[in-house]
Design a protein around this ligand. Sequence first.
Ligand SMILES: C[S@@+](CC[C@H](N)C(=O)[O-])C[C@H]1O[C@@H](n2cnc3c(N)ncnc32)[C@H](O)[C@@H]1O
Length: 735
Amino acid sequence: MARIEELVAQIGNEHLRKEIAAEVRELKRSKKFGLVFEEHLPETVRLPNLPIGEGDLVARKRERGNQLWHIKGIRRGIATLESAVEGPSPVTQEAPVSDLVAVRRFGDPIYPMLTPIDRVGRGGPEKPWHTLINAENYHALQLLLYCYERQVDVIYIDPPYNSGARDWKYNNDYVDQADSFRHSKWLAMMKKRLLLAKRLLKSDGVLIITIDENELHHLGMLLEDVIGSHLRRMVTIVINPKGAGRYNFARMEEHAVFCIPSSNQSVVNANFLRDLARIGVTEEVIAEEQDEDQEEEEDEDEDEGTSEADDKSTEVEISALRADLPFPPEDIELWTLRHARRRGNQSSYRHQRWRQFYPIFIDPETRTVKDVGDPIPLGQDPSFANRNGYTAIWPIDADGNQRCWRFSSPSMRAALSEKRVAVGRKNQVTGSWTINVWYRKTNTKLVKTVWWHSRHDAGTHGTSMLHQLLGRRDAFPFAKSLYAVRDTLLTVIGDRPNALVLDFFAGSGTTLHATALINAQLGGFRRCILVSNNEPGEVVATRLMKQGHFPGDPEFERVGICQSVTWPRCKAAVTGTRPDGTALPGAYLDIEGHAKQLRIVGGFEENVEYFRLDFINPDDVARGEAFKAILPILWMMAGATGERADSKGTSSWFIPKHSPFAVLIKEKKFREFREKLRERPDINMVFLVTDSDENFALMRRAIGVRYTCFQLYKSYLENFRLNSQNSFAPEAPKS
Ligand SMILES: C[S@@+](CC[C@H](N)C(=O)[O-])C[C@H]1O[C@@H](n2cnc3c(N)ncnc32)[C@H](O)[C@@H]1O
């Protein structure tokens, strides 16, 4: 900064010097700590399918980057353009309209529709439909928020790792090693999407992001900013046992960062994959002491030796305690005893938690706990005087260190009233007694944080598997191991048979494949939504543009990733047949990691539909002329169940045969519509087309509370307008 000020002082032009000096002062004042990055506002996206007209923001199809223009006028196919960058004198040019493409800034209201492209139905009417959406994921997230706010169980994403290898674009330009804003752009791109994505998560939903060393540390700070209320834990997965890299290190691993709601239960577990588990069982914890217990478990790793020895000694005492158990004696296998005193080095000393330093009074004769005292202030010596003839036990270890109990005194009293506090062994040297607490065992297996299994190898079970599925090599360079994704998902959705899974950086579609595999291996109705853009690789894109083909042209779209890799892969996995019609060879690894000729070799009993996200004119929506276009969105909202039916919306209502929703199109026909609804007890979502809030409220009341109701087209139009503003509101600077 000092250097800048020196340089500023040398500026001859006084006006300019003052202006720049003021800017520098402002910069110094607003200097932020922690994660500091350019927000790169606004991010833009080219929308080749959007018609263009006067006043629109456009770019030249041929130009890379973010050179934007406003159309001032159009005459005989030639547009007069004015540079969108404000300057003292506006730059104007002329260009054929056919050379231009519409551009939208993120945050401009968008009105999305889903254009059906293809589908595969092998799951029957019981199974919901997975969906693949070809879209810029920011827009898709806005749409998904309309449909699924707070409904997603797990978001698994594998964003571009930003290695500098020109493998992703920001504002229509590849980001490479030489770009000094490389990290800044990546962070800006991720932040916008994560802010939307987190609103999709259920209260017990989990966000998982895979990443490598290029952005790991930035991502950690970004997550603290965006989803700081969640616990953030990292699993390291060996994906390339041979190692890769040119200098210094041969990297073998990548990381999966889990953002988990902080609650008093394990949200992730290794119950379905024993080889990812740390231990066989963990114990339930008392809710209000959750944080302490979590730390305790970590602490116990440090002195496991002691804990094992102590646990053996407490076992001896169990038989003597049978008379006063908090459970029927035959349930003893379901319970376990743990030390009531905190151990380990973190937060186990009196000065660290003085409220947890209090006496517990016991009767040594009957070996029962009689009472719990109150904490004493730091500095006051513990009193060993008897109370009512009972002996005071303080949380002091065998070396005389003043530690603390697991709980505060009110919680310890509550545990005592449940007969969960027990007297253990007498220490013959100190003469003191161990105090134990009973816990009910749960079957939760904790997830280990380093995974090293051959099935996670991205070469064999990612790239080569993709080759098998598509019947061609080099289709896509970043495919994950199917089993790495399956195992990651299993930690969250193994025991959620109806889970909703989202991946908005879908790449080759591994996440959908893994979801189908989990359903096949465990049973269930888990549903996956994939979003991918349709970028071709740089080499192909450059060649096509030289030949005069641009995004939006069939020649270009055909070779994009969504169209040429993601969808064919999903289709091949579900049908068990490659694009060339040949049967898929091989077998899937079962959940224990053994190759097994599973029933699913011929494909999966699943349904998948493939859409492209397009945009509609809001005026058409308001006039009710876009019914067909937004119908797939209504079907998605109603859970994507039942084969999707089309309708132009010209009748009085639309009640699809196979899906649990209904739309009243002509308000006047409400009575008949209500009668029809009665014939369909499966319906739980109703859309009522009316411009009148009052009529909506009346109709809603009349059909009863068992339906979730939406006012069309108001909710749709308002949602996207509001969404774009909200999600784009600048955040307060973080310090
Ligand atoms: C690392 S790959 C994901 C690979 C995937 N996990 C797999 O196993 O195949 C990231 C993908 O995100 C896609 N992508 C990048 N930016 C995107 C965006 N803004 N919207 C939608 N997709 C995007 C890229 O096309 C790329 O295919």
